[in-house]
Design a binder for this molecule. Structure first.
Ligand SMILES: CCCCCCCCCCCCC/C=C/[C@@H](O)[C@H](COP(=O)(O)O)NC(C)=O
Ligand SMILES: Nc1ncnc2c1ncn2[C@@H]1O[C@H](COP(=O)(O)OP(=O)(O)O)[C@@H](O)[C@H]1O
Ligand SMILES: [Ca+2]
Length: 547
């Protein structure tokens, strides 16, 4: 102990057992000194994962208690535990209480540990701006933050400014307009919709300060200096699930504390005159758009509204026509049908980053030159398909969540500059049910004759023009598929041609007409256009260009 960072070894006690503890540059280790026990177990904690060091006997969760003794100190650190089914690891707050021979020794230990912490974890945040959506998910945002997260932030020496939102878009507007100096990051306590607000606020603010117009498709967006931490308190929480691998506020708080970060692909969604939007998880038309629109009427149900609305929309048996154009990504780099799973440190993502941004070594400049890379036609060929779809989904990440543990596209990458486009052509109701059901299991949802998946860099969509729309409404939304040139897919059971398939559909419709309940759902004037679900928000336009 001569002021050097490397301390020990020295004797410490935990209860009545003696330990040898040592602090070398990157690790804090302790081993029980026991003559009978030959295979001594050493616990080794990277300094970067030490959450805090406190004098005395201290307890933080579930309740804070401090016993201010002279010779004791308590070390809190990240402890990994099994995650009960999810693919990520659950992190817990590990706690060990040491007793020293003297107060002097104790003070030396705490001083050295704290110095090591400062030196070896430069990326930790010190001051955070926290937004809580009190109405997200099961409406537990405030409680989750104050009981599970705030005590950890305090322990880690993080000061936070907390804003409980009073209206939608308040967090976004705050990030766009208010003074953000002194903050090292922002935290979202809520679901994917709330995350989306923070994302829009930060991207917008950064462009504003750089003097750029984000609505200009040719603008090269600037990287955001602030990171977003997510404390899951929403309904689907798929950004959290797909990045951390578990939905657990404590795990997420610990990732934030130690300064972990994960870059994400962001998809810009534009319509000529409208303000640009961004999506990181699901951009969905047809089924997922309808489910979102329906579910907004039933917010009071909480997360269950999606299950209820999913059923209602499924029974209403809708499909929509349109033209989808996409720019395929390089098939040599990766494929949506390979069986990889993207995690932190993924090699496909780092190779893509090098290819896309050859002059940048840090992830901070991920956005620069983004748009010049995707100027239409500069790479590959656009592919155009037209027809009637049950749903069209574009997802920049797997979009896994509790409802769908592998996600909409299980092998999508978090930060490879591509998204996966899933086209589900119109099919009979049982086929579509099979597709939906496969999201909940490990069965391949793309291995169906009416489903296509493409790894893409850009997508365009246009709904049919007014005249066609009207025709479709007049015929009640059933016979539109007989139109010349429209692509038809049938499931394996009725593969003998589309004629039989159509006949089946007609019977199904008659049967429904005979059933008042179903009739109420399906024989309503069927709309010709659906809406886009953009990370849980309904877009006010249908024709879009995504990059
Ligand atoms: C009839 C059988 C139904 C089974 C369907 C299972 C498929 C589930 C796939 C879910 C993929 C969700 C992608 C995430 C989207 C979020 O951005 C969004 C908004 O989430 P939030 O409410 O803000 O947490 N949630 C939804 C359901 O649209
Ligand atoms: N105080 C508030 N009152 C009403 N809506 C809010 C408030 N704060 C945020 N919102 C909006 O609520 C929507 C859903 O929030 P989110 O946290 O994603 O919950 P959920 O996952 O249950 O949908 C978001 O689009 C957000 O803009
Ligand atoms: Ca991606």
């Amino acid at each position: 102990f001569d002021g050097d960072l490397d301390s020990g070894p020295s004797s410490l006690w935990v209860g009545n057992k003696r330990y040898r503890a040592v602090l070398t540059g990157w690790h804090f280790r302790w081993t029980e000194v026991d003559k009978k026990n030959r295979d001594k177990k050493t616990v080794s904690v990277p300094v970067a994962e030490v959450v805090g060091v406190e004098e005395g006997r201290v307890e933080i969760l579930p309740q804070k208690s401090v016993e201010d003794t002279d010779k004791d100190f308590t070390v809190f650190y990240v402890k990994r535990s099994s995650s009960g089914g999810s693919y990520g690891l659950l992190w817990r707050l590990g706690r060990i209480q040491f007793s020293c021979a003297s107060r002097v020794l104790r003070d030396q230990w705490t001083k050295h540990l704290r110095t090591a912490l400062k030196t070896h974890s430069p990326l930790r945040p010190h001051r955070l701006l926290v937004f809580i959506n009190p109405f997200g998910g099961k409406k537990k945002g405030r409680q989750i933050y104050h009981s599970l997260v705030a005590p950890l932030f305090e322990l880690a020496g993080i000061s936070s400014h907390v804003i409980v939102t009073e209206r939608a878009n308040q967090a976004r507007d705050h990030l766009l307009k208010k003074d953000l100096t002194g903050f090292d990051g922002v935290v979202c306590v809520g679901g994917d919709g709330m995350f989306s607000e923070l994302l829009h606020g930060l991207i917008g603010r950064t462009q504003q300060e750089a003097g750029l117009c984000e609505n200009d498709p040719a603008a090269a967006l600037q990287p955001c200096p602030l990171h977003i931490g997510i404390i899951p308190a929403g309904s689907t929480d798929c950004v959290c699930y797909a990045t951390v691998g578990v939905i657990d506020p404590v795990t997420s708080a610990l990732h934030i504390i130690i300064g972990d970060s994960q870059p994400l692909d962001v998809c810009s969604v534009r319509q000529s005159s409208a303000r640009v939007r961004y999506s990181v998880s699901l951009l969905g038309y047809g089924f997922y758009g309808d489910v979102l629109a329906e579910s907004e009427k039933h917010r009071w149900m909480g997360p269950l509204r999606y299950d209820y609305s999913g059923t209602v929309v499924y029974l209403s048996n809708r499909s929509y026509s349109g033209v989808v154009q996409y720019l395929p990504a390089d098939p040599l780099l990766s494929s949506p049908r390979d069986k990889t799973r993207c995690l932190a440190g993924c090699s496909v993502c780092s190779r893509s980053t090098e290819r896309l941004f050859p002059h940048s070594s840090d992830s901070g400049s991920l956005y620069s030159s983004h748009f010049s890379q995707f100027s239409p036609g500069s790479e590959g060929q656009w592919v155009s398909v037209e027809g009637r779809f049950r749903c069209i989904s574009l997802t920049c990440m797997s979009s896994s969540c509790a409802r769908s543990p592998l996600g909409l596209s299980p092998s999508a990458h978090l930060a490879d500059g591509t998204g996966d486009l899933v086209l589900v052509w119109d099919t009979h109701p049982l086929g579509f049910l099979k597709f939906l059901h496969r999201h909940t299991s490990t069965q391949d949802q793309f291995d169906l004759p009416f489903v296509e998946v493409h790894r893409v860099k850009a997508v365009r969509f246009s709904a049919p023009s007014g005249r066609e729309e009207q025709e479709y409404e007049e015929i009640g939304g059933l016979s539109g598929e007989t139109d010349e040139g429209q692509r038809e897919y049938v499931d394996t059971v009725s593969r003998n041609g589309s004629r039989q398939h159509l006949a089946e559909r007609a019977v199904t419709h008659e049967q429904k007409t005979a059933t008042p309940f179903l009739c109420g759902l399906c024989c309503r004037k069927s709309p010709a256009v659906s809406v886009w679900n953009c990370d849980g928000e309904i877009l006010p336009f249908t024709d879009i260009v995504c990059k």
